[in-house]
Design a binder for this molecule. Sequence first.
Ligand code: C2O
Ligand code: CU
Length: 491
Amino acid sequence: MSHFRSPTLTRRTFLTSATAGAAVSLLAPPTFSAASPAAREYKLRCAPAPVRLVPEPWAETQAWTYNDAVPGPEIRVRQGERLRVTVENGLAEETTVHWHGMRVHNAMDGVPHLTQTPIAPGETFVYEYDAVDAGTFWYHPHQCSFEQVGRGLYGPLIVEEAEPIRVDRDVTWVLDDWRLTKAGAISDDFGGRHDMMHSGRIGNTVTINGRVPETFAVRKGERLRLRLINAANARVFALDFADLEPVIVALDGQPVAPHAPDGGQVVLGSAMRVDLVVDLTGKPGSRVSVVDRFYEGLEYRLVDLAYDDAPLRERAPDWPMDLPANPLAEPDMDNAMRHEVTFNGGMMGQMVMQQLGGSMGGEGAGGGMMGNMRSMMNMMHGDDIWFINGMAAQGHILDPMLTLERGATHVLAMTNATAWHHPIHLHGHSFRVISRNGQPTRYREWQDTVLMAPRETAEIAFVADNPGDWMFHCHILEHQASGMMGVIRVG
Ligand code: C2O
Ligand code: CU
């Protein structure tokens, strides 16, 4: 049965529990009215404010913030708790808040016009939903995201397991990438055509939790749970922890069989999260650099881990790392419905499509990939740069590109027919990544954002159990803004 609290379901659950004499105070009230006593309350006010991203002697940077800080406050609740977040808009333009990766009721999803009227300047909106999954999530506007997120509007949202795994410290690192001027101001060239056509707005200054990091203090023998969140508009990270051996225990908030990262590098496309267990095994007083190696020839040192002189313990602990599963419906692969999704466009897209067109025998979305390509390349002017199944999105109100039967298992067979990486995100659901380039994945990982390499194919599978109209888009925010977005309806 679905654990989403649609008003009808909730009412039924409520009555059943009430007649059974169970404790009903933890259950959702029958509507999203503002009167549920059990909710955890938060207030977020978006407004411009100065923040110290870069150290002196640079000036502070004028950013757009939640509660005057970048990142915004860490929202932290227990799994099963209800959240009520009052958002006040102190910007001079409309905004919304989207709870990335949280499987919320559609009306709480924060997509302008599609799921709510945007919050006008000076107005407030109350979001209220249950934290059904434990894990590492985040929040950000969905209105003009490439500028609002790019100016600093984002924050972490942590949902704790009823019994978290044992670690010495639970640490959140929100990574961001800024394009700053020499004076330390945010470069205001948002939405430039070059960024849209290529890899998005790649910046020149990387921050952890809103600061250019120098060192991060650790102790020998210590075990960290490190929650990484990529809040950058476009930058992909591939973090190399040198001789440490980080273990991936969750992806996009969802538990995964603990494993070492492929090739030793922890890769996060925009919007993705990775939970690591890191045992600090170096010598007291020593340092180890975490290096980002994603873009060849542009490697840089992100931060140094600096060991205290006094060890915490001599040897790494051997505590279990397996996280308890979240209540996700298991896809029924024998009865799955299959849908083809092809991403096109961008710089050099024509070349890639010619290559793939040859090797794929000319088939593709809607048949006749080559014909599609020609018309798309003709349309590739203005802001229509990227296409999903031949369509470039404008704004958030769209005819659904797919309508999925509710309660059934669906496979999206996706082809990245472009020369660029794309982190592809679906709202309202998590999905299993079941294959890449025709090969089954080792961990069948649950994700809400899957990073696709140029020319890569990937299949994702999920039960469409959350009704509503859901955004499906590339999370490189410049790509999203120039067409790489669609709506998937769960009917
Ligand atoms: Cu991080 Cu459509 O969202
Ligand atoms: Cu993209």
